[in-house]
Design a protein around this ligand. Sequence first.
Ligand SMILES: Nc1ncnc2c1ncn2[C@@H]1O[C@H](COP(=O)(O)OP(=O)(O)OP(=O)(O)O)[C@@H](O)[C@H]1O
Ligand SMILES: [Mg+2]
Length: 169
Amino acid sequence: MRLCITGTPGTGKTTVSGMLGMNFINLNDFARNEGCMEGYDESMKSYIVNINCLKKRLKDYDNIVFESHYSHLVGCDIIIVLRTSPKILKERLKSRNYDDEKIMENLEAEAIGLITEESMEICKNVYEIDTGIYGIDETVKIIREIIEGKGEKYRAGKIDYMEEILEWY
Ligand SMILES: Nc1ncnc2c1ncn2[C@@H]1O[C@H](COP(=O)(O)OP(=O)(O)OP(=O)(O)O)[C@@H](O)[C@H]1O
Ligand SMILES: [Mg+2]
């Protein structure tokens, strides 16, 4: 079983992946080590990852957790999208040294549910957990329930932050 933990930066992927008691791979580290990085996007201030290269290098991995904001693209049995209300995410991203433009891009992506949408197009087993509502330990517990097939309540498509965006304008 390949479990992919994805979500906008700052939603908690790395924090919870290390607490599941499963083997896990941070795809940023993996892509760097395997030569799957294609350069640097100055405007996004982030590295560009070659997803096909990653897919090939990861094809023999099983019983594993993949985590990164593009982990949903590498071939997954279950995708868990960590979500966070833009209001809370803004504070988390401000505490990193991201510039305002990068913060805004991430908040918009989160508000419209971009990663959930991408995930639902490519996989039937997509779940969402709001890490602004559930704490770290609770999030870990919910992920375990989902793995055991007891996560119906967390099926993707229910979280909606659109009202928050309307308040921005
Ligand atoms: N329920 C929760 N689950 C995970 N993290 C949480 C939760 N509640 C609060 N946090 C906090 O949110 C932050 C998440 O940071 P983390 O580095 O794990 O995010 P990330 O999704 O891996 O980001 P990136 O995509 O940039 O790697 C941490 O400071 C963590 O303590
Ligand atoms: Mg991380």
